[in-house]
Write a protein that binds this ligand. Sequence first.
Ligand code: IPE
Ligand code: MG
Length: 254
Amino acid sequence: MAANATPPNADAQTGGPLHVAIVMDGNGRWAKKRGLPRTLGHRAGVEALKRTVSAAPKLGSGWLTVFGFSTENWSRPAAEVSELMALPKRFFESDLGRLEREGVRVRVLGRRQGLSADLLRMLDEAEARTRHNDHFNLNIAFNYGGQADIADAARRFAEDVAAGRRRPEDMAEAMFASHLATSGSPPPDLIVRPSGEQRLSNFLLWEAAYSEFVFQDVLWPDYGEDHLRAALQVFAGRDRRYGAVTADDVLAAG
Ligand code: IPE
Ligand code: MG
C-alpha cells in the first residue's frame, strides 16, 4: 500500500514535512488524580510541551501547532484563566533561547484583544527573535478559536471589498485561507488529542478538512516522545485520498 511505502514522517501525497497539531488536554484531570490544584496540572503541561517540541523534529515532523488557550477558555474561573495566561511566559522564559538556537520559528495564532500588554510583549518577542529560523515551525494557538478566526477572516475580506481593494468574485478557497491566522502554514496532516476526549473543540476548523485524527489515552502532562512516535505510526498506516480514489482503484475499475 502506498501509505506504508512512504516514510512515516512525510505526507504520502506531497512527501513534504509533516504538520502535526495537538489539542493539549487533560491537565486538570492529571492534577485531580494526584490531589493537586489544576494550576499544577497546567504547569506540568508546559513540561510536556517542551518534551514534545524537542521530539517532533527528531521524528521528522516539520510543523507543530499546539492549542494553548481557546476563545472559550475565558469562561473558566478567573484564577485558572490567570494561570493559563502565565503559561507562555513560563515556556518562553526557560525555552526561547533554545528554540532560537535550534532553528525553531515561533508563530502565535489567535486574537490579541484581551491579552495583557506584558503577555503580548513576550509573544511578539518570541516571534521576532525566531522569524529567520527555518529548521522547524512551532505555532502556538493562544486565545484562538476556529470560528472566531473564520469570522475575523470574513470581516477582513469584507473590509477589503468595502475599500475597493477586492471584488466579491475574488473570494475562493485559497483567498479565504490567506486571511486566516494559519496563512503560511500547510494544513495539519495529523491532529492528535490526548486525554481520551474525541472532539475538535473549535481547533483549526477550516484547516482540518483532510486531517487525520489520532486520539490517545494519555493525559497531556504525561505526554512525550514515545506518545508522539506512536501517533505518527498510526498516521503512517492511514490511507489518505483527499476525496479522490487511489491509483489501484482506478486500475481495478478498468
Ligand atoms: C488542557 O487541560 C488545558 C487547556 C484547555 C488550556 P484541561 O484544563 O482542559 O484539563 P481537563 O480537561 O480538565 O483534564
Ligand atoms: Mg480539557
